[in-house]
Design a protein around this ligand. Structure first.
Ligand code: NAD
Length: 363
């Protein structure tokens, strides 16, 4: 299933090129972002110019072929000039959080990419949708499942598409692991062990505050959760979890470590770990007739993997560029998103249960 979806990308690209080649739909002189004789490009505005936008998304947008960096939304005036100069962004495509809703009048920006603290995802996704913009919202989708439902409803009401920034689903090793699990290539999947954590040395950041969507579970924990869901292709029926703090002076307002177990309808059990306490990143899957694994499984580059039959070999792609190009292609073609809002919601339904369990365990 996953590979079929992956190959769909080249089909969409070809059909988009064919449409542009007719010269009927698009005028390369009047609409910015259109390259004469080539495929139409889709303008993205990055909202929130912190670590992920600065270090990963903006550089990736220099490698995209369908999406391009058309604008920015920032609350820090000093960043405006720097970004305008560095990425050749016109002043009319620069917004702040006060005048953001005026983006509605700007046809050059078709997608708003929300890269803000998690507690702000709902408000700005809904505002972007009401301004008539398609939205990519970073993971985790929001603070809880209730917020996710409101975001999906707002996008549906406005007739815009919503995609969540789960870059791994665009990555070929991950797609192969999904195929091996979901198609039961090694028989039924019996046990999944997966962890994503790093030693976080920050002492004062929103990611350390639960009220802002912080905590290891929200930041890194969604990767093992996603992995267990995309390997099985199922939703868990039982959840257990326990949170830990090893540095109490720093982790006063959010968990530092979360260990959680999921049980799936097929009987598969997933034993999952996340944290800000140690560096690890692995995915191991044990099935009836063999095993398969990735390590690292959720890094930006250099994913590596093997099965009980041999080494896996796929290209080492720019995940963010591939993700944003495919989202842009879906907008041009009207194809459904690979990672729609509903996918973010499914994770948050489980995350809500994990926090509920962990809080009970603490009490
Ligand atoms: P960051 O703290 O580096 O950046 C957040 C940005 O939001 C900053 O520019 C900050 O100025 C701005 N901001 C606006 N209002 C704010 C407020 N009230 N408080 C704090 N900041 C405010 O964070 P980041 O690491 O770039 O994360 C942003 C989003 O991207 C999060 O949802 C995170 O989970 C996600 N992310 C995803 C990946 C990935 O691989 N998909 C990687 C890193 C981060």
């Amino acid at each position: 299933m996953a590979l079929t979806k992956y190959s769909r990308r080249s089909f969409i690209k070809k059909s988009t090129l064919a449409t542009a080649g007719t010269g009927l739909a698009f005028n390369s002189f009047s609409i910015p972002g259109i390259l004469s004789g080539k495929q139409r490009r889709v303008g993205i505005a990055l909202m929130g110019l912190g670590y992920y936008s600065t270090d990963l998304l903006a550089p990736a947008l220099q490698e995209t072929t369908t999406a391009y960096l058309a604008g920015i939304i920032t609350g820090t005036p000093a960043k405006e000039e720097i970004w305008m100069k560095k990425y050749n962004i016109p002043r009319k495509n620069v917004y702040n959080y006060e005048n953001f809703d005026e983006i509605m009048k700007n046809p050059e920006i078709e997608i708003v990419y929300v890269v803000l603290p998690n507690s702000m995802h709902m408000e700005y996704t809904i505002r972007a949708a009401r301004a008539g913009k398609h939205v990519i919202c970073e993971k985790p989708m929001a603070l809880n499942a209730g917020e996710c439902r409101k975001m999906i409803a707002a996008c549906n009401e406005s007739g815009v598409q919503l995609s969540i920034g789960y870059r791994m689903q665009f990555e070929p090793y991950t797609q192969e692991i999904m195929r091996l699990g979901q198609e039961k290539v090694f028989g039924n999947v019996l046990q999944i062990s997966c962890g994503a954590a790093f030693r976080n040395t920050s002492v004062d950041h929103w990611k350390l505050k639960r009220s802002m969507g912080g905590g290891a579970m929200m930041d890194m924990g969604v990767y093992p959760l996603q992995a267990a869901r995309y390997v099985t292709g199922e939703e868990p029926v039982n959840v257990s979890a326990r949170s830990y703090v090893t540095r109490p002076g720093t982790y006063t307002f959010a968990e530092e470590v979360m260990l959680f177990d999921l049980e799936f309808p097929s009987g598969c059990i997933a034993s999952l770990a996340t944290g800000f306490h140690a560096n690890f990143n692995y995915l191991k899957v044990f099935a009836e007739n063999g095993s398969f694994e990735l390590e690292p499984f959720s890094g930006y580059r250099g994913i590596k993997g093997k099965t009980s039959k041999g080494i896996l070999e796929f290209p080492d792609i720019n995940q963010q560029a591939t993700q944003m190009d495919e989202v842009a292609e879906c907008i041009l073609s009207g194809e459904p998103m690979r990672v729609p809002g509903e996918e973010g919601l499914k994770d948050m339904i489980v995350v809500d249960k994990i926090y509920n369990c962990a809080v009970k365990a603490e009490g």
